[in-house]
Design a protein around this ligand. Structure first.
Ligand code: PFF
Length: 461
């Protein structure tokens, strides 16, 4: 990736929109697609949930993503300062700056548990190499996973390693390291997922999985599932957090934001659906694996498949390396907005800012590690520490910031400014997008947030 100054701004811009697409895809494609999407689909009964999720991506995710990239390119600073400048330029109330702040907070909270789960993926790399899963059935696989979760020291070691890798890249320059990772390794991840689809087709219950994912049985869908689908559509596209806004700041002035955003959203959705179709055929071929098992689904079911394939352990090793890399490029984007803010506003150097924020997220991550062992019986309103972090970020903070972004861009920000920044999008799509952003997004996100808050209080009392 190389920088070239754009003609109209003094802020450096990436040479082409493809670099933005790669970086944004690196942020979007991560544990959310390969780990979280399959397991929450399993927990929420399959098909109808997938349909609601796809609708959320189309009707809420893509319009909000467009707005977020537009804000970033307009402000050309860290998200906190972008919001500060856009509000003061237009003489707007300082409240709207909270979009930047909420994002920084959500990023650190997500990173705290994201690094623990990414640590699981790292832990599986040597296990694949050692042959732990050779010929293993679902029960052995489950026993191995339970032992990993019970071992605080191992979890801490892998989480710390992942955090070091993340902080390392951000400290020594996001641009080069990330560029290589997304350009070479993302296509590789895609190819491997395809190979696993073929395996699942030949050895798993492919028809059963397809029926589970794509037969829309609405009786399995609850209000909570809808809330979860919306939260996940924001999580998987990295929205409501400032990451996409931060990357938008580097987008060339002339690139079409609309086409770019569509490409990223399509790639992200494709990876999630492929992961679902790689995992569920194996789940349904083994009666001992529960599709609603939750966070352990990927880590218990796939190793069984790798252990049974010829050459599967080597493939498994490469697979977990790629999952770790996908998580890595997402984690970088989780910490970047906060780092950029500390540098711009507080005069920190990049290295110190990074170490400081990395330490905060690492320390918070200890709560997630303990929630799988010593604190597993300790719950608040029905949530473990990990569950509470996940709920607070995916179902409250990200949608809340998304709601503020939709209202700010749809109703508050001067339209001439919005239109000018979206210069490439003068077609029919502009009024359609604006309409969705002004009416559909605030209404849908607002209702879903209210129901979520109500549910939380009802559960707690
Ligand atoms: N989109 C990432 C995933 O699906 O794994 C997670 C994520 C990254 C969420 C960056 C939010 C974010 F700002």
């Amino acid at each position: 990736m190389s920088f070239a100054l754009s003609q109209t701004q003094s802020y450096p811009a990436w040479r082409s929109r493809w670099v933005f697409i790669l970086a944004a895809t690196g942020s979007a494609v991560g544990l959310g697609n390969i780990w979280k999407f399959p397991y929450i689909t399993g927990e929420n009964g399959g098909g109808a949930f997938v349909l609601v999720y796809l609708l959320c991506i189309l009707l809420l995710g893509i319009p909000v993503m467009l707005a977020e990239v537009m804000l970033g390119r307009r402000g050309r600073q860290s998200p906190v300062n972008t919001m500060r400048q856009l509000t003061s330029d237009a003489g707007l109330h300082g409240f709207w700056r909270s979009i930047g702040w909420l994002g920084v907070l959500a990023g650190l909270l997500i990173l705290s548990y994201y690094s623990v789960i990414a640590g699981w993926a790292l832990a599986y790399i040597p296990e694949m190499g050692k042959g732990t899963f050779q010929g293993a059935g679902p029960l052995e696989s489950q026993v191995f996973f339970d032992a990993l979760l019970a071992d605080k020291g191992r979890l801490l070691g892998w989480q710390s390693l992942f955090m070091l890798l993340t902080v390392g890249v951000v400290a020594f320059g996001v641009v080069k390291g990330l560029g290589v990772a997304v350009r070479i390794l993302m296509p590789l991840l895609f190819i491997l997922l395809l190979a696993m689809l073929v395996f699942a087709y030949r050895h798993g219950d492919f028809g059963g999985a397809a029926a589970f994912l794509f037969d829309f049985n609405f009786s399995a869908l609850s209000g909570r599932s809808v809330l979860e689908a919306l939260g996940h559509s924001f999580f998987t596209l990295s929205l409501g957090m400032g990451s996409i806004m931060a990357y938008g700041a580097y987008m060339p002035a002339t690139a079409s934001i609309g086409k770019t955003v569509l490409t990223v959203a399509m790639l992200d959705t494709l990876v999630a659906l492929m992961a679902g179709m790689a995992i569920f055929p194996i789940v349904f071929a083994h009666p001992d694996i529960n599709p609603a098992a939750g966070p352990e689904l990927l880590f218990v079911s796939l190793p069984v498949a790798f252990g049974a394939m010829p050459g599967g352990l080597a493939i498994g090793m490469v697979f977990f390396i790629l999952v770790s890399i996908a998580a890595w490029s997402s984690a970088i984007s989780l910490i970047e907005p906060a780092v950029a803010w500390l540098i711009e506003r507080r005069g920190f150097n990049r290295f110190t800012a990074n170490i400081l924020l990395g330490l905060v997220a690492w320390a918070l991550g200890l709560g997630t590690i303990l929630s799988f062992n010593d604190w597993s019986g300790f719950t608040l309103g029905g949530f473990t520490f990990f569950g509470a972090m996940d709920f607070l970020t995916s179902r409250i903070l990200l949608p809340l910031t998304g709601l503020f972004i939709a209202i700010f861009v749809g109703w508050i920000m001067p339209h001439v400014t919005v239109k000018e920044e979206l210069n490439g999008n003068n077609s029919l799509m502009y009024p359609l997008w604006l309409w969705v952003l002004r009416y559909i997004c605030p209404l849908a996100i607002g209702v879903v947030l209210l129901v979520g808050l109500y549910d939380t209080f009802a559960m707690a009392s």
